[in-house]
Structures are given as structure tokens and as C-alpha cells.
Design a protein around this ligand. Structure first.
Ligand SMILES: CC(C)(COP(=O)(O)OP(=O)(O)OC[C@H]1O[C@@H](n2cnc3c(N)ncnc32)[C@H](O)[C@@H]1OP(=O)(O)O)[C@@H](O)C(=O)NCCC(=O)NCCS
Length: 137
């Protein structure tokens, strides 16, 4: 498995092949934000050969990190990839002295169980989404 920084084509490919309709909708937002901020977002992509497999995409804020998306290509789900990607992001946060990761996840998709399993807490309900966070130390 190789890793790289944000890559438009790879992220698009994963968004369309991870089984989440929300990821598909988010994709154009990633592209725009990457452009507007001059590639200042935190993002990393994992690939196997020519196949993009997983990525995270997050905004570094002053006291926390706002996760926009973590996604794993369908064929690779359930193989520990999601955990690996999340832990990589948490390690990067720690290196930067940031200990809180916040994000939203749709109530009608199964991913919130992944988050609860990995220690995230539901802190609010916003429309059809859970507002969640993970605190590390
Ligand atoms: C959610 C997602 C990132 C999980 O990635 P994954 O590679 O399948 O997860 P992993 O294989 O690393 O699983 C890690 C652990 O979480 C558990 N887990 C994974 N998905 C789960 C789910 N939907 N419900 C409950 N537990 C889950 C696994 O059993 C595993 O537990 P273990 O390590 O104790 O054995 C992936 O399913 C995905 O990309 N979904 C579509 C996009 C999405 O919804 N992203 C999140 C929106 S914020």
C-alpha cells in the first residue's frame, strides 16, 4: 500500500466506490476547498498499485480537527483499513498538539456504528446527522 497527499482523481474514485451516497455529494466540496485554501487541508490517500483504496479529508482548526470524510473502497471494507486511516489522522493530530476530532455522520447510514465501536461519542443531533467527536490524550 502506498500513500500520497490529496489527489482529486483518487478521492473522486473512492467516493464513488465506497457505497455512501453522502460521500458522492461531498466530493465537489473537497475539490473546491482544496482549491480555495491552496491545498491547506489535511488529506492523505492510500492506494494499492493503481487502485485508490482509502482517504481522509479534514480541516485543521485552532483547537481541534474537523473531519469531513473518511472512506474506504467497498472491496477493502472490513479489512482494518478504516481503523488504519483514522489512527493515522489521530497520530497526526497528536504530533500537532490537537486532541479533539469532530465530525458529522448520517443517522441513516451504518458508519456511525464504526465510530461508536472506535470510541466516538454522539454529542448532538443536527437534522438527519449525528454530531460526534473523539478525544485523545
Ligand atoms: C465506515 C468505514 C470508513 C469503515 O471502514 P472499514 O475499513 O470497513 O473499517 P475497519 O475494517 O477498519 O473496521 C474497524 C473496526 O470497526 C468495526 N466496524 C467497521 N464498520 C462497522 C460498522 N458499520 N458497524 C459496526 N462496526 C464496524 C470493525 O468490525 C472493526 O472492529 P475490530 O477492529 O474491533 O475488529 C467504511 O465502511 C466506509 O468507507 N464507509 C462508507 C463511507 C462512510 O460512510 N464514511 C464515514 C462517514 S463520516
Amino acid at each position: 500500500m502506498t500513500t500520497s497527499d490529496y489527489n482529486d482523481a483518487a478521492v473522486r474514485d473512492i467516493c464513488y466506490n465506497c457505497g455512501s451516497s453522502v460521500a458522492k455529494q461531498s466530493y465537489n466540496y473537497f475539490r473546491r476547498l482544496d482549491y480555495i485554501t491552496g491545498s491547506k487541508v489535511w488529506s492523505k490517500v492510500w492506494s494499492k498499485g493503481d487502485t485508490p483504496v482509502a482517504f481522509y479529508y479534514a480541516n485543521r482548526c485552532r483547537y481541534h480537527v474537523r473531519l469531513i470524510e473518511i472512506a474506504v473502497r467497498k472491496e477493502y471494507q472490513g479489512t482494518g483499513m478504516g481503523r488504519k486511516v483514522l489512527f493515522d489522522l489521530l497520530a497526526r493530530m497528536k504530533q500537532n498538539g490537537l486532541y479533539k476530532l469532530t465530525f458529522r455522520t448520517p443517522m441513516n447510514e451504518d458508519a456511525h456504528n464504526f465510530w461508536l465501536h472506535l470510541g466516538a461519542k454522539i454529542v448532538d443531533v443536527k437534522g438527519n446527522d449525528y454530531e460526534m467527536e473523539i478525544t485523545i490524550k
